[in-house]
Write a protein that binds this ligand. Sequence first.
Ligand SMILES: Cc1cc2nc3c(=O)[nH]c(=O)nc-3n(C[C@H](O)[C@H](O)[C@H](O)COP(=O)(O)OP(=O)(O)OC[C@H]3O[C@@H](n4cnc5c(N)ncnc54)[C@H](O)[C@@H]3O)c2cc1C
Length: 416
Amino acid sequence: MSKEVVVLGAGMVGICTAVHLRKNGYDVTVIDHSTPGAGTSYGNAGVIQREAVEPYAFPRQIQSLIRVGLKRDAAVNYHLSALPSYASPLFKYWKNSEPKSHQAISKDYAALISVALDEHKVLIAEAQAEDLIIKGGMVHAYRTEQALQQGIAHAEHVKQRYGVESEVISPQQFNVLEPNLKANHPIIGAVHWTQPWSVNEPSELVQRYAQLLQDLGGRIIQAEILALQQQPFSWKVCTNTGDFDVAEVVIALGPWSSKFISALGYENPILIKRGYHQHFTDGAIIHRPIFDAERGYVLAPMKRGTRLTTGAEFAHFSAPATPVQLEKTQQAAYDWLDLGQALDEPAWLGGRPCSVDMKPYIGAAPRHKGLWFNFGHGHQGFTLGPASGRLLAEIMIDQVRLLPDEKIFSPQRMMV
Ligand SMILES: Cc1cc2nc3c(=O)[nH]c(=O)nc-3n(C[C@H](O)[C@H](O)[C@H](O)COP(=O)(O)OP(=O)(O)OC[C@H]3O[C@@H](n4cnc5c(N)ncnc54)[C@H](O)[C@@H]3O)c2cc1C
């Protein structure tokens, strides 16, 4: 008889975990109150980030910290009222951003994200989702010589250390890649990361993977998860449509994982970095995601037009939206692209579920048998979903082949 598992959350991470568990013989049910891919996995920039081998460090130079503090940098915003609750996790994140710690974390992180694109390729083929994919890489564009030189040095560093491929391009070469830029745009040079793929509607890719899961015999149930209770030999998942008794449960609730983890007595391991998006139509078309590195936003081509996604906002997850970064970055984007008109829709707001050591939690819950974690994928969960789903499934059947050492993502580190 196959083992039963319930996966909580139908985002990129939950659905990919379910697919891999099903492939390994589990009887799988996914529960989510929305359709698959309607949470954080809906609103991102859609980049399958082969280039992001080093997770985002918190700035450590005093000038950068002052700019953040004074809200001069459009990449970061914060609510003063949220700072007390952010103080402790942010301090840990800041300490982990110290160059030596960050290099050690990056080595672990790179092990997983380096295989993530290949894992997507397998699922994209199986889910027949090629029509959603753009294979033009990603461009990091620079406006000043100093920033360009830093960008080039970083590209060289990750090429040497992790084999990430890129080309430094002149403004003229950028114009060839992107013929619809404004004349006399302020970009003085760029790094073209040639490996990343991107997706023209991120939620649709999750839905295709969800269809693959169902074709393989998995189930998806739409219900609000209310509580998770440990029984003597099983788990009870309480929902608004009924309870599920099951031997094993995976928590893959992205930024909402904290609520259920805290209820089980774990210290909240998640730091949320909120982010916004807005679509623009009837403007100039771009052919790949472009990161305006000195203004801290990404423009990405989507089915509904160009999607502008913002950097990080430190605020209570449920606090009202304050899309000031969208306003600032929109102006910056008009410097080099005729964006067109903002679609008549409210700005989308979501939360990146970040851990203080920048690595996702993938593995057994430290204190609860039959409970598994797969959350905390921060800035790159859309990329990491298939790889971390496969890793968790292999951990659960005790046959890890994806990585030489799966313990680097173990939730045990929550306990220190
Ligand atoms: C602006 C922005 C841009 C980004 N760009 C990129 C990018 O280009 N590339 C990249 O790799 N990553 C990107 N990310 C990060 C990425 O989007 C996230 O890391 C990823 O989507 C997290 O996936 P997840 O499955 O863990 O969470 P989610 O997609 O949020 O899934 C969690 C699910 O849990 C469900 N849920 C929550 N509570 C309940 C409940 N009580 N009952 C039932 N269901 C519940 C939700 O409906 C949701 O579907 C970006 C993030 C942001 C905010």
